[in-house]
Write a protein that binds this ligand. Sequence first.
Ligand code: FAD
Length: 341
Amino acid sequence: MMINTDVLVIGAGPTGLFSVHQLGIIGLKCEVVDNLDKIGGQCIELYPDKPIYDIPAIPECTGEELTKNLIEQIKPFKTKFHLSDRVEKINYEENKWLIKTNKLKEFRASSIIIAGGVGSFEPRKFTIKECEKFEGKEIFYSVKDKTIFKNKTVSIFGGGDSALDWAIELSANSKVQLIHRRDEFRGAQASVDKVKKLSTEGKIELLTQYQLSAIAGDNKLQSISIKHDSETIKKIETNYVLGFFGLVMQLGPIATWGLNLDKKTIPVNTENFETNQKGIFAIGDICAYPGKLKLILSGFHEGALAARGCFKYARPKEKLKFEFTTTSKNVQSRLGVKKND
Ligand SMILES: Cc1cc2nc3c(=O)[nH]c(=O)nc-3n(C[C@H](O)[C@H](O)[C@H](O)COP(=O)(O)OP(=O)(O)OC[C@H]3O[C@@H](n4cnc5c(N)ncnc54)[C@H](O)[C@@H]3O)c2cc1C
């Protein structure tokens, strides 16, 4: 199904969220796509509990609090978020941008705002090339359907919360090995204790100081070999492999959209934050211009100008009037403000 909107915002980090507000107050509709399964970009993924001290007029707030407030501020616009989905392809047809995502959603919009930060967060993968062959079939970096693991052997790699939590959960119905390259785990102490308990009860096989060294199987995964620090190699017959090594940031498909790139950033015109492609704007950490500061406050300003830049594509016959939120009846009605005067 084709979703028609004025603007497609790529990225639900702080900059993308505030651009939704700026589009909303000038009367433009938008939809937001983010690769992550939650709203907030780096603030939520990398530092939800850390205090930020340089958001104007907010002396101190955490990444999570900032995200909550940005979401609260755009509530009146009832914006639709498409999470755990990545924009893959864009094409220009009949004065509109056609946008396709990983999950095959399609959008038609007069403009695109790229608020993609440092690119999409993607799982860090096994470095052994052969693994690609089994990816999505027997090797996974996240769990979408845990029922496939029932009564199977599952080899879980990693030392953080995801690895520990899935080892605990799957051990109820599967034969589980938890394999980690160090002796110490990074996850919550309660989970570490639980894994150790399940290991002494024989419900999880714990293999520390081991790393994946080889993988075997033709069409179907048959076994893996893991290498101990002491060079010993152990072969394990297994059905599934799960790798939880955290996230890396990749520019990903954005690099293939015909945009001028400067290393991993997109040069923009600072008048309206438009890129070299008409109707495509870039804001936040992903945009580049002389003097650019990779700060949230700069992203807010960039979003305000990009939103106004989108107006001429969405409403080519209208002129955008400059208005203050304090006094504009139009803006206040879009925000659903009730006046008692
Ligand atoms: C530890 C840490 C502390 C920081 N402290 C501060 C601070 O004190 N003050 C400050 O101002 N800044 C701080 N920053 C920087 C700040 O977090 C960034 O400047 C800000 O997050 C940039 O916002 P953004 O919206 O441009 O991008 P991001 O927050 O990176 O969000 C981009 C989003 O786009 C998504 N995305 C990318 N490509 C695609 C695609 N193709 N399809 C779908 N989705 C896609 C990503 O998944 C991501 O969620 C800090 C950063 C870190 C890591």
